[in-house]
Design a protein around this ligand. Structure first.
Ligand code: PCD
Ligand SMILES: [Cu+]
Length: 801
């Protein structure tokens, strides 16, 4: 391209450009607008009264003392919600959840009553004046114990129901059994295999812990009958539909606005009791009501992640060819099944657990179980149980390599799905769109000099005095993102498409609106880049707006790295519709046939005579005064995109750790992350997303957990206990990429934001275990904090001086 064209190209700041983030100037100046910044005239504040017990009968609630406190306007309990039929609400998983506890509580910090007062302080004081009399019941926090015959009944409301939203229930605390694959054939392969390995592991309960906690401001206008809800939600349209269904207010009278969001990470997909309570309070009192969670409320009641007890088995030939995979999961869902998954998949996309490998036979089953823990099961930087799936397969491949005495990299290279085999049908029912795993892993091995690392490790292992043990971890993962094809994926019956609407103004600038909502990812920056390339409008004059249901087209929201695969495609297609109409207008202006005009970056050129052209800016003006005979005025387009399949980003990660045999301290010496997300829209944003995902992966692998005591007390729901790494703890990341475009996405782009989280977690475990692997250790459960790692060292006698 000559310099003139390069100049025009760079002015567009389109796909592939590391354009600076449009949203940052307001964030770094403290000018963001979050839910807690919303202030309305006459606004009241709500606070929750919560249960101190994990399991108890409620004998009596006395609100008199609270109501007597000056400044208190109302105290809502289940009894107030009953006439409205709102004391229970449906969950995304087809279960129901108590909004305010009805007769009994089933987890610690469960919502019992909602106090509304003039300000936060009065509300908090009044919450302490609500007298609740409990009769404590035995609690169960272990899903295996919950399935014992005489285990306490957690859900009285389900007694006698032998089936639920996902089929048969075989015990009063059993929720569902979900299966995929061929059980009998897989069993036969295991019986006849040369080698089999088996390992059980816990992917511990964690919490997404966004910086901004959950909250909303509900405002019901009694005169007009309109309900406006400002909410920190990853799916504002879905919230509008749910609120409409629950309240019988028509959706046309409900406006849901997600303003700036201080991180979502799956925590802000669901509808929580606090939202319902604030909305009801606003309707009852006719005044705006704000409810904002405290940190402890966030960490103990809205949406945990993981809590998967997994057993994996692999069958292989003596030379290391994998023949079959079998996995069983006991999934602890807490007291209500509120997992945020597409309706048909109670274990999300767990069946991506055959990973990057060509495994001919597989069978997976998942049992969901109730315990006295808070509900959730959200996709914490993971597209619905994908991180659990990647964890089990990556761990099992390591375990198999160990049993065979093979190198971890070698066994992977031997079993990868070859790139010629895509689209690839997995034995668990998915079709991978594209991949090139071999190239990715080899690139990483070269970049880090894998052989030299192994040689260094061998020397270290041979030295009995070495204080620091060296471990090398590998992970070659396949993600599944972009939920999803409506034939497979829906939420409450709504297909998981997404949308884009673009309006080009007479001066050539534009506004674009989508059904997704950024929580920090930078959509305002990257979406404009797609339009720039596809419609020839400079990104700098495109406003991107999301999150207001009164202006944005309906969409299912942002989670599961679905924005690029789904909304990104809608944006490309809407832009192409604009481009097509613009071409007809340009031809009209140039007085030639439309077939003789072609699109060139930012203009329409008469084929063969580059001097004859109309710029997109000129066309935009003409769209409002001079269009071809019979054409409608204006220049706008809408697109609703229902993807034909998911996209399957992948990556190869390597981690080197140093483990102190005396203290258990683990230092990450090197972390090399190669990601392939197909076509890259903004390389700088991708790198930032990868850094963020790796840091959250480090958090989960090395420190995050939500432990309970036997009475069901959550130990440590504060940031004193719950590990959120700062710049001090965070290792240095090295990033790299390959580009394998998705064949079915209009831009070839796949999601990227979750991959680093999903891929890094097993990589850290792989590295820590590897430090002890020569002594026969095959697995260590997370989190790999110093105490737990020291215990391993101690068990092997390594900590003796
Ligand atoms: N190829 C490509 C891809 C992508 N990109 C970019 O990057 C980003 C991202 O993307 P994605 O992957 O598509 O994704 P989304 O959908 O957008 O998002 C979501 C994600 O995102 C992440 N990241 C982040 N960041 C921030 N800052 N914040 C937040 O919150 C967050 N979150 C997280 C999570 S968790 Mo879930 O919800 O759990 O499921 S899911 C998730 C954006 O901006 C885009 O545009 C590009 O450029 N290229
Ligand atoms: Cu997940």
């Amino acid at each position: 391209m000559d310099t003139l064209n390069l100049d025009r190209l760079s002015k567009l700041e389109g796909i592939g450009c590391s354009r600076k983030r449009r949203e940052d100037p307001r964030f770094i100046q403290g000018k963001g607008n979050y839910v807690d910044d919303v202030k309305m005239p006459g606004m009241l504040f709500g606070a929750m009264v919560r249960s101190p017990y994990a399991h108890a009968r409620i004998l009596r609630i006395d609100t008199a003392r609270a109501l007597a406190l000056p400044g208190v306007h109302a105290v809502l309990t289940a009894n107030d919600l009953k006439p409205l039929n709102l004391h229970w609400m449906p969950t995304l998983a087809g279960d129901v959840q108590a909004v305010l506890a009805d007769e009994k509580v089933s987890f610690q910090n469960q919502e019992v009553a909602f106090v509304v007062a003039d300000d936060r302080y009065i509300a908090a004081d009044a919450a302490e004046l609500v007298d609740v009399e409990y009769e404590e019941l035995p609690a169960v926090v272990d899903p295996f114990k919950a399935l014992e015959p005489d285990a306490p009944v957690i859900r009285d409301d389900l007694q006698g129901k032998d089936s639920g939203a996902h089929g048969a229930r075989r015990h009063h605390n059993h929720i569902f059994t979900w299966e995929a694959g061929d059980k009998d054939r897989t069993a036969r392969v295991f019986e006849n295999a040369d080698i089999t390995v088996k390992e059980s592991m816990l992917y511990q309960r964690v919490h997404p812990c966004p910086l901004e906690t959950c909250g909303c401001v509900a405002s019901f206008d009694k005169v007009r009958g309109d309900l406006t809800v400002y909410i920190t939600s990853q799916a504002p349209h879905v919230v509008r539909t749910v609120v409409g269904l629950l309240s019988s207010i028509p959706e046309s009278k409900i406006r849901v606005i997600s303003p700036d969001i201080g991180g979502g990470f799956g925590n802000k997909v669901g509808v929580y009791p606090g939202y319902v309570a604030a909305i009801v309070a606003s309707i009852v009192l006719g005044r705006p009501v704000k409810w904002i969670e405290s940190r402890t409320e966030n960490l103990s009641s809205t949406a945990f992640a993981r809590d998967y007890h997994m057993t994996g088995e692999l069958a292989a030939d003596a030379d290391g060819r994998i023949k079959a995979l079998r996995v069983h999961v006991t999934a602890d869902h807490g007291a209500f099944d509120a997992c945020a998954d597409p309706t048909k998949f109670p274990a999300g996309m767990f069946h991506v657990c055959t990973g990057s490998y060509d495994i001919p036979n597989a069978f997976v089953s998942v049992d969901g179980v109730y315990t006295n823990k808070f509900p959730g099961g959200v996709a914490y930087r993971c597209s619905f149980r994908v991180t659990e799936a990647v964890y089990i397969i990556e761990r099992m491949v390591d375990v198999l390599a160990q049993k065979l005495g093979m190198d971890k990299a070698e066994i992977r290279l031997k079993n990868f799905i070859p790139k010629e085999r895509f689209p690839y049908q997995t034995p668990l029912g998915l079709e991978y769109d594209s991949g090139d795993y071999d190239t990715a892993l080899r690139k990483v091995m070269d970049a880090v000099d894998y052989r030299a690392l192994r040689a260094e490790q061998a020397r270290r292992r041979a030295d009995p005095q070495a204080e620091w043990l060296m471990g090398i971890g590998l992970c070659t993962f396949t993600e599944i993102v972009g939920a999803g094809p409506s034939k497979m994926c829906d939420i409450l019956g709504l297909g998981m498409f997404d949308s884009c609407e673009i309006r080009v103004h007479p001066d050539g600038s534009a506004i674009a609106r989508m059904g997704t909502i950024t929580q920090g990812q930078g959509h305002q920056t990257t979406y404009a880049q797609i339009i720039a390339t596809e419609a020839g409008i400079p990104a700098s004059v495109i406003e991107v707006e999301e999150g207001d249901t009164s202006t944005a087209p309906y969409g299912l929201g942002t989670y599961g790295s679905r924005s690029t695969p789904v909304a990104g495609a809608a944006i490309a297609r809407a832009s192409r519709k604009i481009r097509e109409k613009a071409r007809l207008i340009a031809a009209h202006l140039l007085e030639v046939s439309p077939d003789d005009v072609e699109f060139d970056l930012d203009r329409y050129v008469v084929k063969g005579s580059p001097d004859q052209f109309k710029t997109m800016k000129e066309v935009a003006m003409a769209a409002y005064n001079n269009v071809p005979e019979g054409m409608e005025m204006g220049l706008e387009a809408v697109d609703y995109y229902d993807p034909p399949n998911f996209t399957f980003p992948f990556g190869a990660y390597l981690c080197v750790v140093e483990v102190n045999r005396y203290s258990g301290e683990t230092r990450v010496r090197q972390f090399y992350a190669l990601d392939d997300c197909g076509t890259r829209i903004n390389p700088m944003i991708i790198e930032g997303q990868v850094h963020g995902g790796l840091t959250e992966g480090y958090a989960v692998a090395m420190g995050q957990e939500m432990p309970y005591d036997d009475a069901g007390n959550l130990l440590g729901a504060t940031l004193m206990d719950y590990f959120v790494p700062t710049a001090v703890e965070t290792p240095t990341w090295q990033t790299d990429f390959t580009v394998t475009p998705s064949p079915h996405h209009p831009l070839g782009a796949k999601g990227v934001a979750e991959s680093p989280h999903v891929g890094s977690i097993p990589c850290f475990t792989s590295a820590v275990v590897d430090a002890f692997a020569h002594l026969g250790v095959t697995h260590m459960n997370m989190p790999h904090n110093a105490y737990r790692v020291w215990r391993q060292s101690h068990a092997l006698g390594l900590d003796k001086r």
